[in-house]
Write a protein that binds this ligand. Structure first.
Ligand SMILES: Cc1cc2nc3c(=O)[nH]c(=O)nc-3n(C[C@H](O)[C@H](O)[C@H](O)COP(=O)(O)OP(=O)(O)OC[C@H]3O[C@@H](n4cnc5c(N)ncnc54)[C@H](O)[C@@H]3O)c2cc1C
Length: 389
């Protein structure tokens, strides 16, 4: 059986890992000219971590984690307004760079990755799907998977346009920079500054590196032509470490609208969508990478259950995942007002809640309230589970 996966992100690579171990011939095409390293910090736990554990990768993820000793908020002068120490209740959370998670999966995957290549044309058929690639070559495969993120090309081509992106009213930007003074100032604590409609955060990664995140309420989903200039315009007046941060020229900036994807169909015949391409939950839900890995595991599990019936397997994959994703997406929408408070009143309420979470024994409760879905999703034995062998 042959599979072509479009997108060498967390979902696509996890699926490649599982399919090749189940005996599939797998090829991955990736639009970027090089592997996308670095990026932004993610908190990784829950169902995705269970999958990583079954793949035998959890220890390697722990080796590259950046332990966060506390999260806290500061005012424009850098004075702390609230904080939460990340005690033992948070031991099961791995904070790491998205690129490090993707790299660790890629390093354990044998499938060929063709960079600077994408899907140009899809010709579905009953027994196979023929795919024209942007390099002019053609593949005939048993399964085509679009794991190409929120703005999926495969989704647009195979399932038509249609309004499947729910804009959550914010723009997000993230990048890493090297600055010894700012790194020392922040340390291994996630520090954030919020004013109504705007949030900026920083976290020291070690080696003088700093990961920064910007979030801003914006009615127009279209990203600006010059993201760096837009950040300087909207965050330059906020004080704290931001003037120093914004002076630097980021080498590789991530900038996008914050959205959820609610694809009306996740598969059609032998063409399927995976990860953010059909189920993006947004950074507000804080679970996208975890859900992407869980979905890849479920898809591989269903394909292994009925190897001769690809369309049937894909239907079952969607039925298993959809309710979980709907729950996580609803949580993400509710969480917007806590992560990006729209008013001073909300900021004060958020600070109060954080202080409450810092009381003895409350951290576990706090964490479980941030884990909205995916419990019991990764169950049973899958043929490819390393930990079950
Ligand atoms: C700022 C921020 C913070 C986040 N925090 C968290 C968190 O704390 N915890 C968490 O679990 N999740 C978090 N997420 C979400 C998480 O990063 C995503 O949900 C996850 O990366 C989705 O994986 P994916 O493989 O579906 O998509 P992606 O990781 O976006 O990968 C898609 C891949 O497809 C490639 N591609 C795109 N278009 C094409 C094309 N046409 N042809 C070929 N290749 C293409 C891209 O280059 C990319 O390599 C966060 C996201 C953001 C933006």
């Amino acid at each position: 059986m042959k599979a072509l996966i479009c997108g060498a992100g967390i979902a696509g690579l996890t699926l490649a890992w599982h399919l090749e171990r189940a005996g599939w011939e797998v090829e991955v095409v990736e639009r970027s000219a090089v592997f996308r390293d670095g990026g932004y910090m993610i908190d990784f736990y829950g169902a995705g971590l269970e999958v990583a554990d079954r793949m035998g990768l959890a220890d390697r993820l722990r080796e590259v984690r950046h332990p966060v000793s506390e999260i806290g908020y500061v005012d424009r002068n850098g004075r702390q307004t609230s904080r939460l120490a990340m005690g033992s209740g948070f031991d099961g959370v791995i904070s790491l760079l998205r690129g490090d998670l993707a790299r660790i999966i890629r390093d354990d995957t044998r499938a060929e990755i063709r960079y600077a290549t994408s899907v140009a044309e899809i010709r579905p058929g009953g027994e196979a799907v023929t795919v024209g690639l942007t390099d002019g070559t053609t593949r005939t495969v048993d399964l085509l998977v679009g794991a190409d993120g929120v703005h999926s090309t495969v989704r647009g081509q195979a399932f038509g346009p249609g309004d499947q992106i729910r804009y959550l009213g914010h723009h997000v930007a993230a990048y890493t920079l090297t600055d010894a003074r700012l790194s020392r100032l922040i340390g291994p604590r996630y520090r954030m500054l919020t004013v109504p409609g705007r949030m900026a955060g920083g976290y020291a990664l070690g080696g003088d590196r700093l990961a920064v995140l910007f979030l801003r309420a914006e009615p127009d989903p279209e990203p600006p032509r010059d993201p760096v200039a837009a950040l300087r315009e909207h965050f330059g007046d906020l004080g704290w470490i931001l003037p120093g941060v914004l002076r630097a020229e980021p080498a590789d900036i991530y900038y996008d609208q914050v959205s959820q994807v609610e694809a009306s169909k996740w598969s059609h015949g032998r063409v399927a969508l995976l990860g953010d391409a059909c189920q993006a939950v947004s950074l507000f839900a804080g679970h996208g990478a975890s859900m992407a890995m869980a979905a890849a595991w479920v898809m591989a599990d269903e394909l292994a259950a009925t190897p001769g019936d690809v369309p049937g397997s894909l239907g079952r994959y969607e039925r298993r995942m959809r309710p979980v994703i709907a729950e996580v997406q609803a949580f993400g929408r509710r969480f917007i007002r806590w992560m990006a408070p729209p008013s001073r009143f909300r900021i004060a309420a958020r600070d109060g809640l954080l202080r409450l979470a810092g009381l003895p024994g409350m951290d576990r409760l706090f964490l479980s309230s941030l884990t909205p879905g995916g419990h019991g999703l990764i169950t049973g034995r899958s043929a490819t589970d390393v930990t079950n062998r």
